[in-house]
Design a protein around this ligand. Structure first.
Ligand code: HAM
Length: 415
């Protein structure tokens, strides 16, 4: 029987990991520049943590979570996103008491049982950041700048940023009612999916993928025009700050995120180099969530971004051509005694932190040299009976072709 990876999961092969490592290094560097520290939370949590925070009626919770009952009869779920776990860790470890503002980032696999397609996986990777403890609109803008800066560092200049305000517990219920009433008037014309949403989640009708719904949605009232004074001011500050830092953006009153915890700001960053799954990143403010999960009322804002989608864009732009660096030295050995000698020398060099490689397949010298080339070795030395007896070998610099005599007795000290 042949085993295959699970549908919607992907092996990241050695030929691809150099690009992943490079991208991860840029992410960590920029996160550090912005003052965010890494947090690593478990891959699985209590199911209710996600249901409570993301929202029972969202697609993620109602049909996409990998949920299982463990041997202690507890319902556990593989994390579909990082915000809920980060907040759980923040509350559990009293991070808020250690400093009034906590800025953390994460990077790792997330799990959603979605229909797999280009850019949509069941195990995918996100990097994201959360800032907890301040309601300043500066942090809303900072969490938009963070992914944009990471993209810029990697050579992606063109992304589109859409921003909206989804209101708060004061203004949203009134608007929801208004929207539901408007939707009821056109109910018959809406798709069955949108009809089902009128009662429980009318905002999702606004971002329906159905063309007919989209035409009808163009005439519906928008949250951004029905904000309370506090939300209106916050939204106008966010826009002002975006202008001040020169970030191109559009206000999209129909932008509704697929997670229920947002208050005030919501945003999405998309790339035209992706297909129908064009969202590179998404985020927003969630001022009620910490309290909702049992912590002290604490405002928060953050974003998360897909790594596979980012690498897809880099590939399209021809900017993901990173390669693993080759060994400093490749020792080609001609016989058994030389192979033993080569193994001992490689071990000594590696112990000193110098990358060295040799042949393990008893290949001909020609094949060994081809391998050294393929690995991109900086130096190559051929060792046989002659070299071991004479005490001297020739070290070849593979980029210049220059050859240099090297002593067998003091071999590893030469590097
Ligand atoms: P999200 O919009 O669900 O937000 O996901 C963020 C990003 O993760 C998406 O824009 C996309 O790039 C990537 N992504 C999501 N699902 C998949 C998938 N099935 N396959 C590949 N990539 C995917 C969140 O997760 C929120 N926690 C963001 C946040 C953080 N809001 C505040 N703080």
């Amino acid at each position: 029987m042949k085993y295959r990876s699970i549908k919607g999961t992907k092996d990241i092969l050695p030929s691809e990991t150099a690009s992943w490592l490079q991208v991860e290094t840029v992410i960590r560097t920029v996160m550090n520049d912005f003052g965010y520290r890494e947090i690593r939370t478990p891959i699985f949590e209590q199911t209710s943590l996600f249901a409570r925070s993301i929202g029972e009626l969202t697609d993620i919770v109602s049909k996409e979570m990998y949920t299982f009952i463990d041997r202690s009869d507890e319902s556990l779920t593989l994390r579909p996103e990082g915000t809920a776990s980060t907040l759980r860790a923040y509350i559990q470890n009293n991070l808020g008491e250690q400093s009034p503002l906590t800025k953390v980032y994460y990077l790792g696999p997330m799990f959603r049982q979605e229909r797999p397609q280009a850019g949509r996986l069941r195990q995918f990777h996100q990097f994201g950041a959360e800032a907890l403890g301040s309601s300043s609109p500066q942090l809303d803008v900072e969490t938009m700048l963070l992914p944009l800066e990471i993209y810029k560092h990697l050579g992606i200049a063109e992304c589109s940023l859409k921003v909206n305000s989804v209101g708060c517990e004061k203004c949203r219920p009134r608007y929801k009612e208004l929207l539901s009433n408007e939707l009821l008037k056109i109910k018959e014309k809406l798709s069955p999916e949108s009809q089902a949403r009128i009662k429980q989640n009318p905002l999702r009708v606004l971002d329906s993928k159905n063309e007919g719904d989209q035409k009808l949605a163009a005439h519906l009232p928008l949250m951004k025009d029905h904000l309370c004074e506090e939300c209106r001011q916050h939204f106008s500050q966010v826009q002002k700050l975006l202008q001040k830092v020169g970030i191109k953006h559009t206000i999209d009153g129909r932008l509704v995120r697929g997670l229920d915890y947002y208050t005030k700001t919501a945003f999405e960053i998309a790339s035209s180099h992706l297909g129908s799954q064009d969202a590179l990143a998404g985020g927003g403010r969630y001022d009620l969530l910490v309290a909702e999960l049992g912590g002290k009322p604490t405002p928060g804002v953050g974003f998360a971004a897909g790594l596979e989608r980012l690498i897809m864009v880099l590939d399209k732009l021809g900017k993901a051509k990173y390669e693993h660096s080759g060994p400093v030295l490749f020792i080609a050995a001609l016989d058994e005694r030389s192979r033993e000698w080569a193994f001992a020398q490689c071990s000594e060099l590696r112990a000193r932190g110098i990358s060295a490689e040799l042949d393990y397949l008893d290949r001909s010298v020609k094949a060994q040299l081809r391998e050294a080339n393929r690995l991109n070795a900086k130096f190559v030395v051929v060792i046989g009976e002659n070299e071991l007896q004479s005490g001297s070998a020739k070290l070849k610099n593979m980029s210049t072709g220059e050859e240099l005599a090297i002593s067998i007795d003091r071999f590893s000290a030469a590097f």
